[in-house]
Design a protein around this ligand. Structure first.
Ligand code: CA
Length: 229
């Protein structure tokens, strides 16, 4: 089972997270309070990863994390933090958590973090089943992991495919090279960020009309890249 606990008291954020995790192939268990989350964990000991919001109506997310860790060292824990929370306080308190994601986050970012943690906790990452992303002239088939431009198949490596999918999940958003590195290569990757540039250069040759004057993958100077239309 690919069970994930989603603890979040705000209904709209919880539904957003749940929809995207379901789309990525996970089975989600929802909780709107700390006590409910602890109860669900008792009922579902096969939960592999827990997403914990911090500000909750009863006990806060750090306390939930501490109580989970008191009896479970196996489960992966990601804290959902708000941008307004002081980061040193968050990192100081999240001794029992494995990772944190800052709101607002994109579906791609969240899924990448969950996948990475799920993999590290010994689970198997489910195949993406969302089907197709169409952004003419491009069509991405997430089931077969293929890309077409104007109906013509473009041959990509698995890494190039992952970079394109990240871009297409975040159209018009400037992505830093570090963000791309984390999402595609994983946070366990200790190589250089230059690998991102190498792959982007190769991708441009494959997908741009004129690789010298790219219009699909544009450079955001001193920062990263943008899938810009
Ligand atoms: Ca909250």
């Amino acid at each position: 089972m690919r069970k994930i606990l989603v603890l979040e008291d705000e209904d709209n954020i919880r539904s957003f997270v749940v929809i995207n995790l379901k789309r990525a192939g996970y089975d989600t268990i929802e909780a709107a309070s700390g006590e409910e989350a602890l109860e669900q964990l008792k009922k579902n000991p096969d939960i592999k990863v827990a997403l914990l919001d911090i500000m909750l109506p009863d006990i806060d997310g750090f306390e939930v994390c501490r109580r989970i860790r008191a009896s479970n060292s196996q489960i992966g824990i990601i804290m959902l933090t708000a941008r307004t929370q002081e980061m040193d306080k968050v990192t100081g308190l999240m001794t029992g958590a494995d990772d944190y994601v800052t709101k607002p986050f994109s579906p791609a970012e969240l899924t990448a973090r969950v996948d990475a943690l799920y993999r590290r906790t010994g689970g198997e990452v489910p195949a993406q089943d969302s089907g197709e992303i169409s952004q003419p002239p491009f069509l991405l088939n997430t089931r077969n992991r293929t890309l077409e431009k104007n109906g013509q198949r473009i041959k990509l490596t698995q890494v190039e495919y992952a970079v394109v999918q990240l871009f297409m999940d975040n159209p018009g958003k400037a992505l830093s090279r570090e963000e791309i590195l984390d999402a595609v290569w994983g946070r366990d990757y200790f190589g250089e960020v230059k690998i991102v540039d190498v792959n982007v250069r190769r991708l441009r040759i494959k997908i741009e009309d004129d690789p010298q004057n790219p219009t699909y993958i544009t450079t955001v100077w001193g920062y990263g890249y943008k899938w810009g239309f």
